[in-house]
Write a protein that binds this ligand. Structure first.
Ligand code: FAD
Length: 464
């Protein structure tokens, strides 16, 4: 039987792959997407979306405890973890169904199975139904990433969890150790801590949320500690001794090793790209550690082979994957495509309080030689924040003193993950401080703090 031929085959239907497939089909290409597990990938099924559903439950729970502050009463506040998880799984399922519908609507051929690339332009798909051979002029690798397992700290699904286990917990943690305080670790710490787990976070770097601006990390840390979390920075989990019911962690901190018992550990020490078993070595694809090396148009250097999203390296974010998906489809269809600028991709963490940023931190901007102007505005000075009962937070902006370019924006507090996009648009349009100062922000909104932070950088803030 002759192999089925497509203009473009996408391997992996995460936010990189399914978006690339849809855009390709919209541009008139005959597209197939191959997926071995769930349409929507990690993001919709085991990442962005189900975590946000869990965090919404813990947020509502937290607010119910504050009912009195708002003149309300709520008695017998409680939760059922199974029901919280069921809701999160239901949200993921609904989103997966949405992706299936969109692929069908755009006439993308969906093949469920495990793909390999036996030779240039060829894809072999294994499924329960057997092996199917396909050919395509263009192949897009969008196979994503998985949790990193450090020796001795490997997840076992019982007492030591990866993010997958933490999303469908086999038991409720009472004393929880979270290893790693990046976005994934801190979101789970926030969720379980709010539900009452005695939570400790161990971070090897000198501060929590280490990629964020140092002032934002420090602010967030204070809030986490107020909520009862124990934060151990510059500390390393060296060993985990496991029994059926507990784990003893050996933690190196302050020059000595302490031992502490937990009933649950979440290992959130990073991710590794899914580069194995695809046949990439035989094709001569360049791999740096666990990521495929690409140019700005996601080309691998092998004719007709592209890589997008998590497999193509940092930042490991769904919106970066999707944007690359659109771009690669446009490159393949011969359209004028715009490369993605990594420094203009916002990062959001949906812990309580939320954290969001784009561009350079103050320290990075100085390290790059910029003469900077920095503005800061606290949530307490904003009417909407106080009315919402969310007076804790800050907005910080970093400008190039010479040109007025917005180099970076950093926020911590309620709803900042929704606000950051204002600065992202500003950066995309190469807005100067003057444009931002002349922009009228609606009142009363949290967004007014974004204006005030810019004004503050130039000594013109009104409400501080
Ligand atoms: C707990 C958690 C929370 C997160 N929260 C956020 C967030 O809030 N915001 C954000 O932007 N990002 C978040 N992320 C990161 C985000 O999920 C990833 O950046 C995003 O999913 C990457 O998309 P992708 O398309 O590159 O890969 P993936 O989503 O990983 O999809 C890859 C797909 O390829 C399939 N696949 C792999 N190999 C093969 C093969 N050989 N054959 C067939 N199919 C294959 C996989 O089954 C998978 O479905 C989170 C991640 C985690 C783990």
């Amino acid at each position: 039987m002759a192999a089925k031929n497509f203009d473009m085959i996408v391997i992996g239907a995460g936010p990189g792959g399914y978006v690339a497939a849809i855009r390709g089909a919209q541009l008139g290409l005959n597209v197939a997407v191959i997926e071995r597990e769930n349409l929507g990938g990690i993001c919709l099924n085991w990442g962005c979306i189900p975590t946000k559903a869990l965090l919404r439950s813990s947020e509502v729970f937290h607010l119910m405890h504050r009912a009195k502050e708002f003149g309300l009463s709520a008695d017998g506040i409680g939760y059922d973890l199974d029901a919280v998880v069921k809701r999160s799984r239901g949200v993921a399922k609904q989103m997966e169904g949405g992706v299936k519908h969109l692929l069908k609507k755009n006439k993308v051929t969906v093949i469920m199975g495990e793909a390999t690339i036996p030779a240039k332009g060829k894809v072999s798909v294994k499924s329960d139904a057997g092996t199917e051979e396909l050919t395509a002029k263009n192949i897009v690798l969008a196979t994503g990433a998985r949790a990193r397992n450090l020796p001795g700290l490997e997840a076992d699904g019982e007492r030591v969890w990866s993010y997958r286990h933490a999303l469908v917990p086999p038991h409720q943690p009472k004393k929880l150790l979270v290893i790693g305080s990046g976005a994934i670790g801190i979101e789970f710490a926030s969720f379980y801590n709010t539900l009452g787990a005695d939570t400790t976070v161990v971070e090897v770097m000198d501060r929590v949320l280490p990629v964020e601006d140092a002032e934002i990390s420090a602010f967030a840390k204070k809030q986490f500690e107020k909520q009862g979390m124990k934060i151990m920075e510059k500390s390393v989990v060296k060993q985990l001794d496991r029994t059926k019911t507990k784990v003893t962690a050996h933690i190196e901190t302050g020059g000595k090793v302490i031992k502490e018992e937990f009933d649950t550990v979440i290992s959130a020490v990073g991710i590794v790209g899914n580069v194995e078993g695809l046949g990439l070595e035989g094709l001569g694809v360049k791999i740096d550690r666990t990521h495929v090396v690409t140019d700005e148009f996601c080309r691998t250097g092998v004719d007709g082979l592209y890589a997008i999203g998590d497999i193509a390296g940092a930042p490991w974010l769904a919106h970066k994957a999707s944007h690359e998906g659109v771009m690669v489809a446009e490159v393949i269809a011969g359209k004028h495509a715009h490369p993605v600028k990594p420094e203009s991709i916002a990062g959001c963490t949906y812990c309580h309080p939320q954290v969001a940023s784009v561009g350079y931190t103050e320290a990075k901007a100085k390290e790059l030689g910029y003469d900077v102007k920095v503005g800061k505005f606290p949530f307490i000075g904003n009417g909407k924040a106080v009315a919402l009962g969310e007076p804790e937070g800050m907005v910080k902006t970093v400008f190039d003193a010479k040109t007025g370019e917005l180099l970076g924006a950093h926020m911590v507090g309620a709803e900042v993950t929704e606000l950051i996009q204002g600065y992202v648009v500003g950066r995309q349009l190469e807005t100067t401080e003057e444009d931002l100062m002349n922009t009228v922000f609606p009142h009363p909104t949290l967004s007014e703090m974004m204006h005030e932070s810019v004004l503050a950088a130039y000594g013109k803030a009104i409400h501080i």
